[in-house]
Design a binder for this molecule. Sequence first.
Ligand SMILES: NC(=O)c1ccc[n+]([C@@H]2O[C@H](COP(=O)([O-])OP(=O)(O)OC[C@H]3O[C@@H](n4cnc5c(N)ncnc54)[C@H](O)[C@@H]3O)[C@@H](O)[C@H]2O)c1
Length: 425
Amino acid sequence: MQNDTAFQMAASNIRFGIGTTAEVGMDLQSMQAKRVMLVIDPALVDSPTGLIVRQSLQSSRIPFEQFADISVEPTASSFQAATAAAVEGRFDAFVAVGGGSTIDTAKAANLYSTHPADFFDYVNAPIGRGLAVPGPLKPLIALPTTAGTGSETTGVAIFDCVDRHAKTGISHRFLKPTLGIIDPENTKMLPPAVAAASGLDVLSHALESFTAIPFNQRPKPTSPALRPAYQGANPISDIWALRALEIVNESLVRAFRDSSDDEARGQMLLAAAIAGIGFGNAGVHLPHAMSYPVAGMVRNFRPTGYDVDHALVPHGISVILHTPAVARFTAPTSPSRHLRAAQALGADTTDVSPDDAGEVLAGRVVELMKILEMPNGLNAVGYSNEDIPALVSGTLQQQRITQLSPIEARESELRDLFQQSMTLW
Ligand SMILES: NC(=O)c1ccc[n+]([C@@H]2O[C@H](COP(=O)([O-])OP(=O)(O)OC[C@H]3O[C@@H](n4cnc5c(N)ncnc54)[C@H](O)[C@@H]3O)[C@@H](O)[C@H]2O)c1
């Protein structure tokens, strides 16, 4: 089979700066929005962020309705509830104010109210039918309030498919927000535990897109129209990924330790968007694929710092638990790339032999996890070796991203990777 010879870089439209939240009304006015659905995280409704957004809409005379029925880590039914509200409201534009959970909910409400379909039509195969979104959606302006997912830059909406005990998503470039307004004021109230988990999601996006299979080792699609958004590592996404890793090294621990460190919080928001643009065009691989069954099969784990009424392994945690084992596994495919990533993350790579690249990278990630008070492996979030067969089978359903691993991970390799992720230090 021939390999692909091309890649495409689709940039995202973002505005960054302190105070930009107040500009959202002007943007909607220039889009000639007449009826806006304001999708907002309930924790932010009465916050200064919520207030400024509503004031901005009011002073620009934009009629809107507020929808705050968001599930932290949304489900098919919470996406459907938001869709029902969007259909009922006949909106012509959307504003999302919150973390990935809220922005993804707004993307789904926009999609299904604009192009009605059976819910699983647009969901990634094999869980859904993976049909292409038929046309552009209505304008969506996303204002992230966590420094993590980069959802303001991506064409992806992730949800928990509760019946299948697995997370999956909808992925199409038409889902990408029309504009991301990134205002460092909006993460001032972020609990340290959320800053840590979502910041490690940024690290994972950058590291996985940098170490993914190169775009020219992926099979060539039968038509250019079928070239996936997740194309594998490429020379442009590499730039974004490395810069994001450097910022994570400079700012994540500072933002976690001191929420009044405005510079560090602003830098982490920037890193989230930078990593988002990188992985939106390159993809993520095994740590993300392995995280989805871990999140979907959760039993009793209740993370500190998250205001939720159900068991949850927050996304950033469920991903980072696998990163050390995966780094050791993939490093032999490109020791220099793994060392470059370790260096960007702050590891001393002087005189390190290529054979030790995986160990050095894994060691630096573990160091950061300890500082950020992460659980010590899958055991600490309620899993044991008995769960490995189900976790492996859940991961094998994530072909869209497992195929971006630089080295194939079959059942036996995944079993080993889960085993090695049970306890990390
Ligand atoms: N669409 C994408 O490209 C993409 C990428 C990665 C992850 N995701 C998905 O995004 C979701 C995770 O999103 P997240 O990590 O941004 O967190 P989140 O949106 O789930 O929010 C986490 C918690 O923080 C609270 N919160 C958010 N902002 C706050 C603020 N400024 N002040 C106080 N509390 C605040 C929320 O109420 C919630 O309790 C997962 O479902 C994940 O799978 C999406």
